[in-house]
Design a protein around this ligand. Structure first.
Ligand SMILES: Cc1cc2nc3c(=O)[nH]c(=O)nc-3n(C[C@H](O)[C@H](O)[C@H](O)COP(=O)(O)O)c2cc1C
Length: 706
């Protein structure tokens, strides 16, 4: 992604900024430029650069990056875009905000700004919570008052998990803005979290950056005078990453007039005490990020537990996050083994929820992964990332002094130790972004999907494979921030008003590279046991309202529950609610189809039998995908009972579909399509429309996970 044009623009923007800041006349601009270009006398000696300074000063259309994000991906991408633009177009006025940061009309001011929208989809085709107000406002607007406003949209969604609502928010926003008279400057980008969303974003961002390049006046004359031409000549056949790092070294080595430059080189040499600093090692310290200010340690004790909730910086946790006591955690199923289905019991007397809601859990990286990263960082794990960093230009880190500076966006909380930050704030199990992978490997030609995404290589894998070292800054700012994880609540608030049950399967497998992999959150939860009388382990989590996933108001409406694997969780909650309701009134029919891997894995059979006994369920069909003589899967069972399912649809019944989206959800949806075609005598398009209408009317509800 890096082009050396950025270096030129950085240099010239310094000139124009100085001029603008000081309201200088042209001859003063000339003087300032001369001063700055002294560090590159070879450039200064070249011809007419003043016109470029002027041209760059005159094109300063502000860029507003506006994001709406439920679990942090759109936010991360927004910040990555901001950084990329800041480094490539330092003369541009850039801002970044959430859609909820201002009144909707204000978000679109000033009109002359280029507005870049990033939004994910949450719920069932819903905007993220922090984007709802703006989204509803713009969708209900009906004039053409946005004429002249330039915009671009990047949408985030998941085709695997939510095919029917894939990226609907980004797509409809993009269309709406055009209808309101705004001008699209770039085709909408669609990030697919079901495939390789980092790659999608990287390509779109590259397109956006190139577009700006075209929009920035850069006449033939100005092309003659940049740093890039000089560096291009020198860099010759080097690849882009090498060229970029060479540029840093180049700047240091040519700074013979500047004592500051010399000092930086010396600082770089003490970066890793006792280790001779080679060019290769220096290459691993990008100058993309501001350096962190570290305060000396306060205690010998590494704080390994929840740093929440009374003393930790608020901004880390979403509103409504509470500390839950873990009052139980057990493996269900007789011989299911460590990756079998577990049930977690949580309690908090202040918390409220409704049956069908989600619990959003803040996980922690496992200690051994944190240790592995710390081992190659040469940084004091007890040092505290300070609160009061001031923006400064980049310096090579001086880890030994603990006096580094920070100028960072709100992704990382400050006031935590390095160890805590590594444990709570960065997702050490996440794939490195394409640009980070390129930086670590030093290869711009890396085939991201084949070499990183599909074999699931982490940043640590690449660092070890390429024998690299990283700075703390590169690690914290390039690795994705830790995302809280969504779990369907598996209990009824009528039965357990202050308690929540979660059902999870521990993710643990061997990758294609032969490496043991563990899901961060399920692994974290599996270690949370009941500690003994009165002593509880804790987790931090909040309840996320899932208003479109509820039992119908009338208890007599016929119900069809279809669940596979961990889809048993929300179904368990709904059935528990029906059992509670059975005591106070007449219930309509309710059929359950549920699939497990094997009879060993089967959980809640007794619970469902009791539900049948009290009239909360009419009948229950269990299927197994392996380990049984009857290897039928849920979708086959549904298809076999197509006539009954069709009758249920036509009788106005409500259907709940819960489980894995890719295989299970897709197979059942296809079974539904077949049933509607066969029993409803409809063609494929009409059958699809029939199901869409059911979804729209709240008669087919999904809780499918990616
Ligand atoms: C509860 C939930 C509901 C979702 N619903 C949709 C959906 O309806 N359509 C879609 O395309 N993606 C859907 N997604 C996928 C997200 O939009 C996708 O993972 C995105 O990258 C998340 O970005 P964020 O972290 O910025 O919110 C859903 C994800 C979750 C967790």
């Amino acid at each position: 992604m890096f082009t050396l044009g950025a270096a030129k623009r950085r240099l010239f923007s310094q000139v124009s900024n100085i001029a603008k800041r000081n309201a200088l006349r042209d001859d003063n601009v000339l003087h300032s430029a001369k001063t700055i270009l002294t560090i590159r006398p070879d450039v200064w000696m070249q011809k007419s650069w003043l016109s470029t300074v002027k041209a760059l000063s005159s094109n300063n259309q502000p860029i507003k990056i506006l994001y709406a994000s439920q679990t942090g991906t759109a936010k991360l991408f927004a910040h990555l875009l901001n950084e990329e633009l800041a480094s490539k177009y330092p003369d541009r006025e850039l801002s970044i905000s959430e859609w909820k940061d201002a009144a909707p009309e204000e978000l679109l001011e000033p009109k002359k700004a280029l507005h870049v929208f990033l939004t994910s989809v949450a719920g069932v085709g819903e905007p993220p919570d922090n984007g709802r107000e703006f989204y509803n406002w713009i969708m209900s607007k009906s004039d053409s008052s946005l004429s002249g406003l330039e915009y671009a949209v990047f949408g985030l969604g998941s085709s695997a998990g939510h095919a029917a609502y894939y990226n609907v928010i980004g797509k409809s926003l993009d269309k709406r803005l055009e209808e309101l008279g705004a001008s699209r400057v770039l085709e909408i980008g669609l990030g697919d979290d079901g495939d390789c969303i980092e790659d999608d974003f990287d390509s779109w961002m590259e397109g956006f950056v190139n577009l700006l390049k075209e929009k920035t006046p850069d006449d033939g004359e100005s092309r003659d005078v940049g740093v890039e031409d000089v560096i291009d000549d020198e860099a010759g056949k080097m690849d882009v990453v090498q060229q970029r790092e060479q540029l840093q070294l180049h700047q240091i080595r040519h700074g013979s007039e500047s004592s500051e430059m010399k000092e930086r080189l010396e600082e770089a040499k003490v970066k890793c005490p006792g280790v001779a600093l080679s060019d290769d090692e220096m290459r691993m310290t990008s100058n993309k990020f501001p350096s962190l200010k570290l305060r000396p340690r306060e205690s010998e004790l590494v704080r390994k537990h929840l740093f929440h909730l009374n003393e930790s910086p608020d901004q880390f946790y979403a509103d409504g996050t509470v500390r839950f006591d873990v009052i139980g955690n057990k493996l269900l199923g007789v011989d299911a083994g460590e990756t079998g289905i577990h049930e977690l019991k949580l309690a908090n007397p202040q918390m409220t929820y409704e049956t069908g809601d989600h619990l959003v859990v803040y996980p922690q990286n496992s200690q051994c992964i944190v240790e592995a990263y710390l081992d190659m960082l040469d940084v004091d794990r007890h040092a505290i990332i300070a609160e009061d960093g001031q923006p400064i230009t980049y310096q090579y880190p001086k880890y030994s002094s603990h006096m580094l500076h920070v100028n960072w966006i709100d992704c990382y909380v400050q006031g935590l130790t390095v160890y805590e930050t590594m444990t709570h704030c960065v997702d050490l199990g996440a794939l490195p972004s394409p640009s980070f992978a390129r930086m670590i490997t030093g290869r711009k030609d890396i085939d991201y999907k084949a070499e990183v995404a599909y074999p699931r290589r982490t940043a640590l894998d690449l660092i070890l494979q390429y024998d690299r070292r990283l700075s703390l800054e590169d690690l914290l700012f390039q690795v994705a921030p830790m995302k809280p994880r969504y779990y369907s609540i598996a209990s009824s608030n009528i039965k357990h008003p202050n308690e929540i049950r979660l059902v999870y399967r521990r993710v643990k497998y061997v990758s294609k590279l032969g490496m043991l992999r563990e899901g961060i959150c399920t692994n974290y939860l599996s270690h949370k046991g009941y500690l003994g009388t009165g002593k509880y382990a804790h987790i931090a989590a909040y309840v996320n309202t899932n208003a479109t996933f509820r039992l119908p108001k009338s208890t007599e409406t016929p119900l069809l529950f279809i669940a596979g694997g961990c889809g048993v969780a929300p179904i368990r909650g709904l059935v528990e609610e029906r059992v509670a309701l059975a005591q106070s009134g007449k219930l309509g029919p309710a059929t359950l189809y549920i699939g497990f891997r094997s009879p060993d894995d089967e959980v809640y059979r007794q619970r469902f039998e009791e539900a049948i006994h009290v009239g909360a369920l009419t009948d229950a069909h269990m299927t197994y995908s392996s380990g049984s003589s009857d290897k039928s899967v849920v979708s086959d069972a549904v298809l076999q009972h197509g006539d009954r399912v069709w009758k249920h649809f036509e009788d106005g019944g409500v259907t709940f579909l819960c489980g894995g989206a890719r295989a299970f959800g897709a197979a059942v949806e296809s079974a539904f399509l077949n049933i509607v075609q066969e029993h409803g005598k409809k063609d494929f398009v009409a059958a699809e429309q029939y199901l869409r209408t059911m979804i729209k009317n709240g008669r087919l509800m999904n809780d499918l996970a990616d």
